[in-house]
Design a protein around this ligand. Structure first.
Ligand code: ATP
Ligand code: MG
Length: 405
């Protein structure tokens, strides 16, 4: 079926004037961006709906992209017909023949914004009911939970027919909720946390700690590739790689083993905060989940969180690992996340980190290293890349296999 437009319904839209404008404006911008390579589309944001005129473009690839845009509640591929009943009957029959199988139950649901049209909503429902009674006697009218709902919208410019309503990604348009720094490792949890941050409209930039020569190029590329996996949801994303090896060497040399992990995490957080402040970010997001590992007990979080008053948001804090994995599979990061490239933290992980570190001890052991100097060195070595949809970073199979052996 060649549809004439995709009708997009807004998600969690606050009804206040300015917010509404910002929401619609941002959503429109994000939709335009994600559909930029379909030249024939015409995208028209309106107060209640966003209309994407297809002008001959196949609907499916457009809908695949739309399903990843936050701020959309649902959308329907629709046929635009002239405002006369003959046109409505012809097109409604063609549409129902394609989408309503033999013997299906159905109902007609009409909305009318043009009050001058010859039939009112009830009249339209009845007229189409009678019409299908004659042309498709196999169909059964059912008001509650029918198999197919034929939606008819009578608007000033035309009448729109649709039978399909696809659930959108929900959430808020990315960019409506300020900017934040996202601590992205190569693991399972942080990409999911990043997805959930984007879902609430937060514009994230990735902060990734890497430790050459202890970690390989592939570990860094894996984090970049994970970022690329999130671009269908967030558009292009800034990726900031932070050199961390020297700090880890210093900590390893000067801090007792039980506090290695705590002090490393405090330094990661200090650096993330410094980057966030530099870039005007309002908060830090990470992939911590309460009780998952030694560094994620509440005592440990407290001893690490001690270095900053910037809000730290932990979207997966209360999720079980199985729930996190299910989301990772849904957003297609799981397979990548389980590739075994050594991460900076695994390399310097102590055999038995403290699960109940004390804040004052953490503060004390941290004085054993030159926090200011080491941070300045890392900040001078930041590597910033902009990661765009469709980019690949782990495509050299040879290297990957060599690294795994
Ligand atoms: P993940 O799957 O996200 O790596 P994890 O269960 O392995 O989580 P940890 O390794 O303890 O947990 O890390 C907790 C959080 O700390 C991560 O979710 C991430 O936000 C942050 N983090 C850990 N390692 C790095 C890194 N190399 N670069 C940036 N952030 C990191
Ligand atoms: Mg990890």
């Amino acid at each position: 079926m060649q549809y004439s437009e995709i009708m997009v319904r807004y998600g969690e839209l606050s009804t206040k004037g300015r917010n509404r404008k910002a929401f619609i404006g941002r959503l429109n911008g994000n939709v335009v961006k994600t559909l930029h390579d379909f030249p024939d589309l015409r995208i028209r944001p309106k107060r209640d709906r966003l209309h994407i005129e297809l002008n001959g473009t196949p609907s499916q690839p457009v809908m695949d992209r739309l399903s990843k845009v936050f701020g959309i509640q649902s959308f329907s591929p629709s046929i635009e017909v002239e405002k006369n009943m003959d046109a409505v009957y012809d097109n409604a029959l063609a549409l129902m023949n394609e989408t309503a199988p033999q013997g299906a139950s159905f109902k007609v649901e009409t909305k009318r914004s043009d009050k001058t049209f010859e039939l009112d909503t009830n009249g339209m429902n009845l007229a189409l009911g009678d019409f299908f009674d004659e042309k498709r006697p196999d169909l059964v009218v059912k008001m509650k939970h029918p198999d197919v709902t034929l939606r008819v919208e009578v608007r000033r410019e035309a009448i729109y027919l649709s039978t399909e309503t696809v659930k959108g990604a929900g959430g808020l348009p990315v960019g409506t909720a300020s900017k934040a720094a996202m601590m992205l490792s190569g693991g399972i949890d942080s990409p999911v946390a990043a997805y959930l941050a984007l879902k609430r409209g937060v514009d994230i930039e990735m902060v990734h700690f890497f430790s050459p020569p202890y970690t390989s190029d592939n570990a860094l590329n894996k984090a970049k590739e994970l970022t690329a996996k999130l671009t269908p949801y967030g558009g292009s994303i800034k990726f900031i790689a932070v050199p961390f090896a020297h700090i880890q060497e210093e900590i390893k040399a000067k801090v007792p083993e039980g506090y290695l992990m705590t002090i490393q995490r405090r330094l990661m957080l200090r650096l993330t905060e410094a980057i966030a402040k530099q870039n005007g970010d309002m908060a830090i997001f990470n992939g911590e989940s309460v009780g998952q590992v030694a560094s994620q007990t509440l005592a440990s979080m407290a001893a690490i969180n001690d270095v900053t008053v910037m809000p730290i948001v932990r979207p997966v804090a209360t999720m079980d690992k199985t729930e996190i994995i299910a989301l990772a599979e849904k957003i297609d990061t799981y397979e990548l996340s389980i590739m075994p490239f050594e991460d900076c933290c695994t390399i310097f992980a102590p055999p038995s980190p403290k699960t109940q570190p004390k804040i004052d001890k953490a503060r004390y052991y941290e004085t054993k290293i030159d926090v200011e100097g080491l941070m300045a060195e890392s900040m001078a070595g930041l590597q910033v890349t902009q990661i765009r949809p469709g980019q690949e970073f782990l495509n050299q199979d040879q290297d990957i296999i060599a690294d795994l052996l």
